[in-house]
Design a binder for this molecule. Sequence first.
Ligand SMILES: Cc1cc2nc3c(=O)[nH]c(=O)nc-3n(C[C@H](O)[C@H](O)[C@H](O)COP(=O)(O)O)c2cc1C
Length: 159
Amino acid sequence: MKALIVYYTMGGRTKKTAHAIASSLSKYEVTFVPIELPGNFFQRIQVFDDFEKGKFSLIEDELNSLDAANFDLVFFGMPTYGDKPPGTFEEIMKRMKNFSGKKVIIFTTARFSGKKALEYMKKKIEAAGADVINKYNFRRFFWIGKKRAIKFGEEINEL
Ligand SMILES: Cc1cc2nc3c(=O)[nH]c(=O)nc-3n(C[C@H](O)[C@H](O)[C@H](O)COP(=O)(O)O)c2cc1C
């Protein structure tokens, strides 16, 4: 089977979580669409700001590649910003091709909240006609909870 994992990361936590989940998906051939903000801290803040203003030129290739047609399962992993996913998530939803009817797994990373961001994503995904079959909020203040991510991947692998 085939899985697509789309994730957004500014500080690396969501990337590490996505890869830890993927490491358990032995029944799946995994393709990543990473949206990784480049540069040093200040450059990343600038890119984050551009994305929040709807300027996505830096990630046009990634956005254009979003097509669920060949995948049995689609994952979205997002950080939590003020109890929501980044604005880029909306653009990802707009740009996903062949998405209706797909099985979807969502996860958020957060330091102290995250569940609301997860619910927000679930609503948007279901409005696009896809089906959220599992979700998890990886909430840790200092570390990323890699062990839990590997376990989550194992649970998905057995669905
Ligand atoms: C501008 C900003 C807003 C944030 N808001 C929240 C929040 O509302 N709740 C929370 O738990 N964490 C919040 N965080 C922490 C991030 O969600 C958390 O560190 C996340 O794992 C970062 O993922 P990344 O390293 O993949 O970018 C915020 C971080 C930033 C930079």
